[in-house]
Design a protein around this ligand. Structure first.
Ligand code: UDP
Ligand code: MG
Length: 342
């Protein structure tokens, strides 16, 4: 894993690199982040780890502030910037997917707009790519910059997912590098409920991890309030695990066993004792109990049916409103086709 990073032998040539950045209401931080990303990209090109046609893809996820205006200005000014605008807010995972699907480069890195994951770590990821990794996971080595609540819930979540049989990389979110073939494989997944960190684990290919310390957000506030975090966590469970369904079966079995005992007790009371009319509690308690268990079960099954419904509809995940700088990437595409004909 880490030892790949400094090894001398390269298995691949320097790739054209795409850095994909989903942005939602990021006007406070966008210019600084772009400047930093451009600086990092130019450095990578200079030291021969990425080719000069590398690009940064900014995806505006239906922001309500000035994010798109800023993106347009940067895309106008800077050759290496491609700006993509979604028609409305579709959430981080969809925005990221939209950006990934627009790239044509050989290695693709996804990173949050606040650069909390540290753009300088892209170099180490590229080292792993050059050594032959198709998937490089950015893994947080510690969570000091998180609140106690976030740290506790996030780490607890990874543990629960592991228990539910969902294959995730511990403390890896959406900071990762994918090779072109890994990305092409990922783009074949048709599901509408995206949980990219789980889907990437399904790809296979050679993978490795890069550890880094996550910084705190320099400006603006988190676009992941508790509600969105819970929704992402729930998507991860329902999209990747049927353990809750199995738990319902077990719960149903336990409830049946309990009811059976109650039935025996009621019958025994009726047949062998003088208390011919059982008390209201012995009727009401099992009634309430079974009623509530059934409701709970129906609720969870309903969640899955809701997901099935979403998938069966096969609606497009998003519609792209505008793509700027496409002539730049188009030019690369033509060049690439010519190269493969050779
Ligand atoms: N984001 C997005 N669409 C949304 C919410 C967030 O594209 O609906 C982007 C956001 O601009 C950022 C990334 O997702 O680039 C992660 O968000 P944030 O940094 O606020 O999350 P946190 O670091 O607090 O988990
Ligand atoms: Mg962040």
């Amino acid at each position: 894993m880490k030892e790949h990073a400094s090894a001398a032998a390269r298995f691949r040539n320097a790739p054209s690199l795409a850095i994909v950045v989903p942005c939602y209401n990021e006007e406070e931080i966008l210019l600084d982040s772009c400047a930093e990303l451009i600086r990092q990209l130019q450095r990578l090109i200079r030291i021969g780890k990425a080719t000069a046609d590398s690009k940064i893809y900014l995806v505006d996820d239906g922001s309500r502030d000035n994010t798109w205006e800023l993106m347009r200005e940067i895309a106008d000014r800077e050759d290496s910037i491609v700006a993509v605008k979604l028609s409305r807010n579709r959430g981080h995972q969809n925005a990221l997917h939209a950006g990934l699907s627009q790239t044509i480069e050989e290695a693709v890195v996804s990173i949050d707009a606040d650069l909390q994951d540290g753009a300088e770590n892209i170099e180490t990821m590229l080292d792993h790519y050059l050594q032959g990794s198709d998937v490089v996971y950015g893994v947080r080595s510690e969570r000091h910059t998180d609140t106690f609540f976030k740290r506790f819930t996030a780490e607890g979540y990874y543990k629960v997912m592991h228990k539910l049989g969902v294959d995730l990389v511990f403390n890896h979110a959406d900071f990762r590098l994918l090779s072109r073939r890994a990305l092409n494989a990922l783009l074949q997944y048709p599901e509408a409920n995206l949980f990219l960190r789980g889907m990437v684990r399904q790809l296979g290919f050679r993978s490795s991890q890069v550890e880094y310390r996550r910084l705190s957000r320099a400006a603006g506030e988190s676009k992941y309030p508790l509600r969105r975090m819970l929704s992402l966590a729930w998507s991860g469970i329902t999209a990747f695990s049927s353990a809750p369904l199995r738990a319902i079966t077990l719960l149903g079995l336990a409830a049946s066993a309990f009811s059976f005992i109650v039935i025996v007790w009621v019958l025994a009371t009726r047949l062998f004792t003088a208390n011919a009319v059982p008390g209201w509690a012995s009727i009401l308690l099992p009634l309430l109990f079974i009623g509530s268990v059934q409701l709970l079960c129906l609720g969870v099954i309903g969640e899955y049916i809701a997901k099935l419904f979403e998938e069966v509809k096969q609606r497009p995940r998003y519609h792209i409103d505008t793509v700027l700088g496409v002539e730049k990437s188009g030019a690369i595409k033509q060049k690439k086709v010519a190269a493969t004909v050779d």
